[in-house]
Design a protein around this ligand. Sequence first.
Ligand code: 0O2
Length: 255
Amino acid sequence: MSIRFSIEEFAKLKELLLIYEWGYRTLLTKLRIIHEDFENFHEDNPIDHIRGRIKAPERIAEKLQRLGHDITAANAKNYIFDIAGIRIICPFARDIYHLVELMHSMPDIKIQREKNYVLNPKESGYRSYHLIIETPVFYSGRTVHVVTEVQIRTEAMNFWATLEHEARYKYMSDIPDHLSDELVVCADKIAELDHRMFLIHENIMGRCNEITAEFLDDKNSKSNRPYKSLRNRELRKSYRIARGRNSQKSEVRNE
Ligand code: 0O2
């Protein structure tokens, strides 16, 4: 039987969800402006596409139960940070860090907390950058700060997360070992693929030559193990690249 809010709590939740809707639409608009800015006025666009959603009441109730809280609107507000959610899909992992930096420089929002599951993947293999963002919304003569979870990931990371989410749902979070092991292997391969595609892109753009050859000729490519340190080293490098596009050429070439 599905878990539900009582009639009284559901009425309170409906009001709450409307306010979340205003906050997340405000943030979505700001992010879409950034997307269109890059589309029109810059060489590379760190955003492929953006999606958003308000979590369905049944999913909120399920999550509250999973977290061990009573099914109330107040608990939803206090304990669930992804009631409003925005997902940004980037062409490359490097773009994730570029966007994070951009979001840190946006004057009218506040980043409450962030988690880098790209550099520190979850045990499941999950990779994504999470930001909990407060967006001010003015209504009825007052300002409230609406919380939205922004997940930033590549298309490949999204492909993986969607499939794993499906498995999680089907097996009620108890994914059989053989599947969860395979998912971890795939997550590692996806991270490597993301990186290699990035290098090819940089090569096409004339921004790096040697490094692409180095990795495409990598004799260890049949083993997963060496990728761990390689990936982290490269992601750290990508992060430094994101810190200053102007220094990008020299950083890539000099390392
Ligand atoms: P749905 O259906 O995706 O909306 P926290 O635990 O709060 O400190 P975290 O990890 O940011 O930190 O929060 P949480 O609540 O564990 O996860 C928030 C959302 O991130 C999840 O929402 C997923 O969308 C995504 N996510 C986190 N971990 C995983 C994972 O291992 N696999 C996949 N596929 N997605 C993950 P929900 O609640 O699952 O709902």
